[in-house]
Design a protein around this ligand. Structure first.
Ligand code: ZN
Length: 448
């Protein structure tokens, strides 16, 4: 899922602007306490000795692990939650963090491609590039560095000078002080960011630090202003330190370093013949902050098991890359192949921790699936929606006019956190969501 489970309150207010899918800035709670249980789990899972990541192998199964061509040509068989769990352990355990554009994402793509090949699919790894936004801005003080965010429109430059506080950054604030050649520290509020920056620039300042007036970080915008000095924002908790240093005229360096770069990612596509009427999809990338066991090693693992067991003419599968940075994989897929001839798309995102199982997306398809699930006695599923600001790859297809839904097990407080690791997922949830997926595929593909 892209977007935060909780509204990104620390991110944007007022006239501030960010990339709508920019991943945002989240307060990370490094749940170190989870390291031990995870290690213990791995020990158990690997029979006492952790194995090195082997990404070329099909996960073991209680039954025969060889998915030969003849086996997959058989009529659809029952998907096995244990095999989903085994894939999950490779993707979120052995490989771990799979942030788009990283080696982890690439290795996950290789693993998925191999698994689809083993299930008898014609597999294509389809590269694309996406716009990766970065911000490594900082304020270097004599007693250490402070994390900063560049205001949108701040040039990628750095500047050095003595610190001086200049209130809110109104013209009269500058009139009281000589700021020429200095780095000014301003409080957020009252005056728009662009005006603060222009006033400081006009008074001869070489850099601007805007201190937040509420908790957390924020990214303001300078609009169309044409300042050539670095303008960055820091958290409110740094205010006292900055003010003390400013009193003694301590020297600081302001580094504004934010922008975007074209970054490679890839979709992994499994076809079965040349016709793709129905797609199963899931994104396999994670956020950089954690291994994304539930979000979304779970959906990709389920995708592999549904691909293996539900293989039939017209059914294709896509594992999407770079979802977390803004649905780039699904959009690249649509751009490359179009959507002609696609009847519907079933996507899987966050399916290994049931807190409120739901089907999200196209209302008519949603209703059809929910009534099938109800008829089959699978209570508890409801028409759903993602938390505010959040979405998944089905949305790209819905926008292109294709009925598409995402199977989603419900809100997860560990989303996009280091704690979304193997201890965050459970087999019972996988079993529930897997059988719902199987039922929907069979039900929808047997009717027109
Ligand atoms: Zn996500």
């Amino acid at each position: 899922m892209v977007g935060a489970a909780r509204p990104p309150t620390a991110l944007v207010t007022g006239t501030d602007r960010t990339h709508p899918m920019g991943g945002g800035v989240m307060s990370l709670r490094y749940l170190l306490g989870r390291t031990l249980p995870l290690a213990a789990l791995l020990l158990v899972a690997c029979g006492g000795k952790p194995e090195a990541a082997t990404i070329e192998t099909v996960p073991p199964s209680s039954a025969s692990a060889t998915a030969s061509a003849s086996a997959v040509a058989a009529p659809p068989s029952k998907p096995d939650p244990d095999r989903v769990m085994a894939h999950l352990k490779v993707l979120a355990g052995d490989i771990g963090v799979r942030a788009a554009g990283t080696d982890g994402e690439r290795r996950a793509a290789e693993y998925i491609a191999q698994s689809l090949k083993d299930s008898g699919y014609q597999v294509a790894v389809e590269p694309f590039t996406f716009d990766l936004r970065y911000d490594t801005s900082a304020v270097r003080l004599t007693d250490g560095n402070v994390k900063a965010l560049a205001l949108t429109g701040s040039p990628e430059v750095e500047a050095r000078g003595p610190l001086v506080a200049a209130g809110m950054g109104r013209p009269e604030d500058f009139g009281l002080r000589d700021v020429k050649g200095k780095v000014v520290v301003l409080d957020r509020g009252v005056v728009p960011f662009a005006q603060k920056a222009a006033n400081a620039f006009g008074a001869g300042a070489v850099g601007v630090i805007v201190v937040n007036n509420e908790d957390g970080q924020f990214r303001g915008t300078l609009g169309d202003s044409k300042v050539t000095i670095p303008v960055v924002a820091v958290e409110r908790s740094e205010r006292a330190r900055l003010m003390t240093l400013a009193q003694s005229g301590s020297v600081a360096t302001v580094v504004s370093a934010a922008g975007s770069r074209q970054t490679p990612s890839q979709n992994v596509v499994g076809r079965n013949g040349d016709k793709c009427e129905v797609y199963l999809g899931a994104h396999y990338d994670s956020v950089p902050e954690g291994p994304g066991a539930n979000d979304n090693a779970s959906g990709s693992s389920m995708l592999l098991e549904l691909a293996r067991t539900q293989k039939r003419a017209g059914l294709c599968v896509v594992a999407f890359g770079a979802e977390e940075y803004g649905l780039w994989g699904s959009q690249a897929y649509i751009k490359q192949h179009g959507v002609a001839g696609i009847r519907f798309v079933l996507n899987f995102d966050m399916v290994a921790k049931v807190s409120g199982a739901q089907v999200v997306g196209d209302p008519a398809l949603q209703e059809k699936i929910l009534s099938m699930l109800k008829q089959a006695g699978k209570a508890g599923f409801r028409p759903g929606q993602f938390p505010p600001f959040a979405t998944s790859d089905h949305a790209s297809f819905v926008s292109a006019g294709v009925p598409a839904v995402t199977f989603y097990a419900g809100d997860d407080p560990q989303i996009h956190q280091p704690g979304d690791n193997l201890s965050n997922v459970d087999r019972a949830s996988v079993e529930t969501m897997l059988s719902a997926g199987e039922l929907a595929i069979n039900g929808l593909m047997s009717t027109r």
